[in-house]
Design a protein around this ligand. Structure first.
Ligand code: CMX
Ligand code: CO
Length: 141
């Protein structure tokens, strides 16, 4: 079902401050930035590895407002790992299978993600306390 680790999402107070730190520390390049109103974030994607079935990234997340998932997380816990995201070929099939298995889906159907990908979140409480995102890239990976 899973094709790769697509990204690790990290909650930060400021993209402007944190992007250069990650670029310098690990010689990464910030290859993409966008605002996702529905998710309540400004995000930056730093490419770690360009694989055959899609890349792996560090995703830095800055909240647009305090009353968003990342805003609440920052207030409660401070900066840190917010979620892990796995690549899938067929997100509809993956969600159907997780529903049958009884997992608590935050998104029962896919929503708009980075670079026109289709994404869905699974609640952390059923997965060892880790908020988990599935990503079907625009090209279908
Ligand atoms: N990782 C692990 N646990 C988390 C969490 C996270 N990121 N966010 C919240 N929780 C836990 C809290 O610790 C809390 O646990 P307890 O009940 O044991 O105290 C519980 O979940 C409820 O916390 P909350 O602050 O009241 O948060 P909400 O219930 O309002 O929301 C969640 C939690 C997962 C439903 C919400 O964060 C969500 O919908 N996330 C999906 C969307 C998202 O995160 N978007 C931003 C990223 C966008 C992207 O990657 O593209
Ligand atoms: Co993400």
């Amino acid at each position: 079902m899973l094709t790769r680790i697509d990204h690790v999402g990290i909650a930060v107070a400021s993209l402007t401050e944190t992007i250069p730190i990650y670029e310098q520390a690990f010689n990464l390049k910030c290859v993409h930035q966008e605002t996702n109103e529905r998710q309540g974030v400004r995000e930056a994607m730093l490419l770690v590895h360009a694989g055959d079935t899609g890349g792996s990234y560090v995703q830095l997340l800055e909240p647009l407002r305090d009353d968003t998932p990342v805003g609440k997380f920052l207030t409660k816990r401070g900066p840190g790992i917010h979620h892990i995201a796995y690549g899938v070929d067929d997100i509809d099939a993956a969600l159907a299978s997780l529903t049958v298995s009884g997992f608590d889906l935050v998104n029962k159907t896919p929503v708009h993600g980075t670079s026109n990908s289709r994404i869905a979140f699974i609640h952390p409480k059923g997965l060892g306390g880790v908020l988990t995102e599935l990503v079907e890239a625009a090209g279908g990976h």
